[in-house]
Design a protein around this ligand. Structure first.
Ligand SMILES: Cc1ncc(COP(=O)(O)O)c(C=O)c1O
Length: 395
């Protein structure tokens, strides 16, 4: 009998029964270890040979043990994939993808709405390694015309960072297939409700730091694929880079995932209620949230996603400077990076970050990104209301 994804997520990581007592803990313990012991040198040699053939065999703690295996299965279930490599952060997962797929002299196309630090990675690392990167606008550029003989990968994020630009993954996949390119995507926003691998992507990565962990108490990432060749490259590069993940963080993520579906449902419900409030507010120019029916990406979201979450942005009928007053006045929304935890957060979006997103066409309006948490919606609306008032008073 095949169970639904939700049911599988609840049961992955159940501890096995003890042969003698015939009992088992509900969950696995956090198996903390730096190394493993082999019964004999023969056993060690066999393990090494299997590892060399690309099998997922543990010869040292960097590959993780049973706790890690269970979380890998979680991400495979979430992303509909057959291989998973864990990383110490979402950002480390992004680096791993670039380092696994690209060689010196290669070219990569990157959508201009990706997570900001990808630009830093380009400046600090890729240029030094003689890897050439071109940013493109998924909505405005003819991507095929940007492909060069040395292009190896298209790397995207859907919905994109800051303005939640929905990308047409199937169309991107058709271009990637036609030119024999790897299509990799950051699926942190969509994990559990969006399955890029099923839409033709080759690699999907997730910052488990956000909704999978769900409590803002861990950093973790995962890279998932269905392709044997990419899985081997990812595993080898992860090991070569020494990207180990703490078993305690893995254990926290395993616990977090048990409530992922129900949390996402509530985050989405709260976010849509906040959208309904913001939509009629005179100080709000536009909302950026694909589950909201007025978002330009809503049709694609309806086609490709099965749900939403709490991350949205809004532009203001006010300047970026006035947006700072609004952000400073908020009391329930913590000012900070990241998102996906139980709590509401706010981020002031700098005009320089927006200027590199060609999806942005609202000139010098101020933009604020909100993570709508699990607090009571009425309290969140009251907080937003008084912050809008504070912005008006300061003018
Ligand atoms: C879309 C996206 N991808 C990746 C990351 C990186 O995740 P981490 O904070 O675990 O490095 C973030 C973090 O904010 C993100 O928003």
């Amino acid at each position: 009998m095949t169970h639904s994804k939700n049911t599988r997520l609840l049961h992955i990581g159940s501890a096995p029964f003890d042969a003698q007592s015939q009992t088992a803990g509900v969950g696995l313990p956090s198996i903390r270890t730096s190394t493993v012991r082999f019964k004999s040198l023969d056993a060690l040699e066999q393990a090494q040979q299997r590892r060399a053939r690309g099998e997922r065999v543990v010869t040292y703690g960097i590959s993780g043990l049973e706790t890690h295996r269970a979380l890998e299965e979680v991400f495979m279930a979430l992303e509909n994939g057959t291989y998973c490599v864990l990383n110490p952060s979402g950002l480390a997962s992004i680096y791993l993808v670039f380092m696994s797929v690209l060689r010196s002299g290669d070219h990569v196309l990157v959508s201009d709405s990706v997570y900001g630090p990808v630009r830093t990675m380009n400046e600090t690392l890729l240029k030094r390694l003689n890897i050439d990167l071109t940013f493109f606008s998924p909505s405005q550029d003819d991507i095929a015309s940007l492909i060069r003989p040395n292009t190896k990968m298209i790397y995207v994020e859907s919905p994109g960072s800051l303005l939640m630009e929905m990308l047409d993954m199937r169309a991107l996949s058709a271009v990637a297939r036609a030119h024999d390119l790897v299509l990799a995507t950051d699926n942190t926003w969509g994990s559990h409700v969006y399955q890029p691998l099923a839409l033709g992507a080759d690699i999907s990565l997730v910052a488990g730091t956000k909704y999978v962990g769900g409590h803002s108490d861990l950093l973790l990432g995962a890279v998932v694929t269905n392709r044997d060749d990419l899985a081997q490259a990812l595993h080898q590069t992860q090991y070569a880079m020494g990207n180990a993940v703490s078993a305690d963080d893995v254990w926290l993520a395993l616990r977090g995932v048990k409530t992922l579906a129900i949390r996402l449902k509530q985050h989405t419900e709260n976010a849509l209620a906040i959208c309904a409030y913001l939509d009629q507010h005179p100080k709000v120019s536009r909302l950026y949230f694909p589950p909201w029916h007025k978002d330009p990406g809503h049709t694609l979201w309806q086609r490709d996603c099965s749900g939403g979450n709490g991350l949205l942005s809004l532009s203001l009928n006010a300047s970026a400077n006035d947006a700072k007053t609004f952000v400073n006045a908020l009391k329930l929304f913590g000012i900070g990076f990241s998102w996906g935890g139980f709590e509401s957060l706010v981020q002031w979006v700098s005009p320089s970050a927006l200027s590199s997103h060609r999806y942005w066409n609202e000139g010098d309006r101020g933009v604020v990104r909100l993570h709508i948490g699990l607090e009571s919606v009425d309290d969140l609306i009251a907080d937003l209301d008084q912050a809008f008032d504070a912005m008006s008073d300061s003018r």
